[in-house]
Design a protein around this ligand. Sequence first.
Ligand code: AAO
Length: 485
Amino acid sequence: MKSAVTSPRARTAWVSATALALVLAGCGSSSENETEQPRDGNVGVQLFQWSWEAIAAECEAELGPAGYSWVLTSPPQEHIVGDQWWTSYQPVSYQVESRLGTREQFAAMVETCDSAGVKIIADAVINHMTGQDSPGVGWAGSEYEPYRYPGIYEPEDFHYCDTPDHDIHVYSDAYQVQFCELVNLSDLATESPHVREQIGAYLDDLLSLGVAGFRIDAAKHMPAEDVAAIVGALPEDTVIMQEVIRSAGEPIQPEDYLDSGDVFEFTWGREIQPIVGRSSIRMYFKMGETSIYAPSEQAISFVENHDTERNGEAFTYHDGASYVLANILTLAHPYGTPVVYSGYAFSERDTGAITGADGAVVDAECELPDDPASAAWVDGQWVCQHRWPAISAMVQWRNVAGDAPIVHEWDDRDALAFGRADRAFIVVNRSDEPLTGSWETGLAAGSYRDVISGATVEISGDGTLEATVAGGTALAVHVGAIAQD
Ligand code: AAO
């Protein structure tokens, strides 16, 4: 059984008690000390289609100081050639050579990020190879043909299911989901010892380059026992995050995979939308509790990922204040291990990130407008959601809140408020109108910085906060951001 990101073993490694001590020690200090706040929480960021060199630079400049603990990269293996982003998801070989960078650049990225206190989780595409019907040459020069990847796989290493085109047509049929081809992608026979060995060697290779673990792409399309056998051969502390999209009425569910590690919980993004919108706001306090949620300690929570950003199912950077509120609420809730999404602007679903003359993705640069939530983004521009001030501020808020329970729950028609023991407090106002109120916070008296607006707010001797919160935003304070006298 794999140790999951929030299992006791992994938690010891990722959430250090000294981090909180550091914040608390900094209590009396000013906001200039905030870059020294904890970076050992559990918040991750998916840097979609970021090159290895750009990720390395971001770890040092931004992610470590801001308190991000891990980065989910795009797939690092050799892939088919093409302009679309999804070429990354069609492996040609397991060489760590892609248009996101070379093996050396990947290794250097892991080292740089590690030094900045940021772990690397690699996206592992192990369910399938390409979906190409004719021979080709991959990014690093490897030749392939349908169902033949010289030196790696031969035709007997794939599934040929009994639908006419070998494709999955019905998700209610477990056999099709796991033995047919997902959108024509040659489906590896993951029950085969040879296939398991090849995949194991690839994952071991990435571990030797220092990654902390893997996102298992399309885990739903591999029998749970195959995934268990593959990850079971890896070191015990390998972090495993499986993509098993929860859908009502399907026979294969995320719970089937919990023995192998964590799962991305798609329910979170689906339920956070109406909470920001017009449904009963108090349902927020029940999120994570029903049977359509994986247990908190094994769930990755997220507003959107690269698929849901493109399929209309999630809030995205186009949704302005609602998108920011969804991220704030996700980071403020104790449920799960949150991952912030960060990608590039696009109009067409398939369009890849901007590439140079050699076809490699050009290093991401973050040039944030004054108000990113209402900015007009140009296609190809890096949106850098992880740097948006309110989102980045809430990463620290969450790190300070740690595992403290929710206290002082309050809600009104279009607003809610709560504390996290005596460490942090937040008021969220989803209406367009300002909200003026008085809340019991559980925090010690003093002048705090509202980490969302930057304004100073006072908490009185009995722990009460009296404030006005602008429409469509939040007020968030924590014991690591005490305002200077
Ligand atoms: C490309 C072309 C294809 C071509 C193929 C081969 O687009 O036309 O046939 O190449 O040449 C990515 C792209 C694909 C791309 C592929 C390979 O998205 O467009 O194909 O690379 O280059 C299913 C899987 C899930 C998968 C998702 C996209 O279960 O694993 O489809 N995600 C991962 C990656 C993704 C990647 C791959 C897998 C492949 O994140 O980026 O594809 O490596 C239901 C099911 C889900 C199912 C969805 C979509 O979900 O439950 O399991 O996901 O349908 O088919 C509501 C519904 C729910 C529905 C959900 C969708 O909630 O209630 O039923 O919406 O979010």
